[in-house]
Design a protein around this ligand. Structure first.
Ligand code: ADP
Length: 375
């Protein structure tokens, strides 16, 4: 049973000694062919200063505002570097027994799926966060001893669909009344053998996502894709005798018979969020308008949770949407969370880019490492 723990201030797993603040990086994608022609005057709305971890957002022709992030990636940043900065610390903490989440947020077409879900079948340097995370997890776990299971889900119009078993739709969310732990009865949980097997699963998931979206007459960018990786690690005697505060924290995540710790459980969520653009702009009506309302509901409720956390509010409204209910374990406690916000370089999308940057700035204020009472 996963338990919340009271983290120590001297915890070595803090992100850069920042006491669990959500880490937020911004990534700008390269200009696409159309932008190379139409934006020939280099009408960017942002200027990036990666060495200062800052960007300047144009307010109008005369002034701009400067914002700081944990990292600023220009269009030349490699997939490897993005993974190492944004996701690797979260993966490492998951391997140590904590829950972790990596989320990509931004307007459609700015590189969320490229960053998170790219398989890189023909070119390994192109691999995205999902594949690299599993690669690292496999490298640190022992086959036959540690267990790695994945679920791959799509959240579309408040309905959870199983991407590993397409016929299963509307999977309910169960919440353990005592621990608050989230489970998804009926969702496929597949034991992963190796990286090739995982790539196959991702491909199956992508195929099902495409098929489901074709059937529903929508686009992938209208749904949230959520990969859940459950890690169960066997603990040896040395770990059981651990005495440092970090290891004592982790010991609280152990489960086993007769109170004897045997297995350490943790969960990694990698989330490719639906496009954050304002849908009224495209003149949505009928089905599209319905869809837009649901996307707005989930992203707005995510934003509300982020605001509440940033303001240190005692109430985090996670129940407002299925997205925030699923992400519940990522808010607060000892969970580690990274957010990568993606933007395009073109000045044509100034409003969307501004709103993405503001979302990221609010998330910068969240401190996950709140003191929780030990259960
Ligand atoms: P989103 O998921 O936000 O809708 P995509 O990931 O589908 O956006 O990216 C849109 C297009 O831009 C794709 O063709 C993708 O390959 C390309 N792209 C995005 N980010 C990068 C990048 N950093 N480097 C190269 N191409 C990119």
């Amino acid at each position: 049973m996963q338990r919340s723990v009271t983290p120590s201030r001297s915890h070595s797993l803090d992100f850069d000694n920042d006491h669990g603040r959500v880490r937020v990086a911004v990534r700008s994608r390269p200009r696409n062919a159309e932008e190379l022609i139409s934006d020939a005057d280099f009408n960017d709305c942002v200027e990036l200063y990666p060495e200062l971890k800052r960007l300047k957002l144009k307010k109008n022709n005369w002034s701009s505002e400067s914002y700081r992030f944990d990292e600023v990636f220009t269009e030349t940043a490699s997939q490897k570097r993005v993974y190492e900065v944004v996701a690797k610390p979260v993966v490492e903490s998951v391997l140590s027994g904590y829950n972790g989440t990596v989320m990509a947020y931004g307007q459609t077409g700015t590189g969320k799926t490229y960053t998170v879900g790219k398989l890189g079948k023909d070119d390994a340097s192109e691999r995205g966060i999902m594949v690299r995370a599993l690669e690292d997890i496999f490298a640190s776990t022992t086959p036959g001893c540690d267990i790695l299971e994945v679920s791959y889900l799509q959240l579309y119009m408040e309905s959870i669909q199983d991407l590993l078993a397409p016929e299963k739709i509307n999977i309910p969310i169960n919440e353990d009344a005592r621990t608050g732990e989230i489970s998804l009865p009926g969702a496929s949980v597949v034991k992963v053998q190796d990286l090739d097997h995982f790539s196959e699963l991702l491909q199956i998931g992508e195929g099902n996502r495409h098929a489901a979206n074709t059937k529903q007459n929508t686009e992938s960018s209208r749904s949230h894709a959520i990969l859940m990786v459950h890690v169960r690690r066997s603990i040896n005697q040395k770990a059981e005798d651990a005495t440092t505060s970090q290891e004592n924290d982790v010991k609280s995540n152990l489960s086993g018979g007769n109170g004897i710790p045997r297995v350490r459980k943790s969960k990694l969520l990698i989330v490719d969020l639906a496009g954050s653009e304002r849908l009224d702009k495209s003149g949505s009506d009928g089905h599209l308008l319905e869809e837009a309302k649901f996307i707005n509901l989930s992203l707005t409720s995510l934003g509300k949770c982020i605001n509440a956390l940033a303001e240190n509010s005692p109430h985090i409204p996670t129940r407002d949407s299925k997205l925030t209910r699923l992400l519940r374990d990522s808010f607060g406690g000892s969970a580690r969370t990274s957010l990568i916000i993606t933007i395009g370089p073109s000045g044509k999308h100034h409003a969307e880019t501004t709103s993405t940057i503001m979302f990221g700035q609010r998330a910068m204020k969240i401190v996950n490492m709140v003191k929780l009472k030990e259960e």
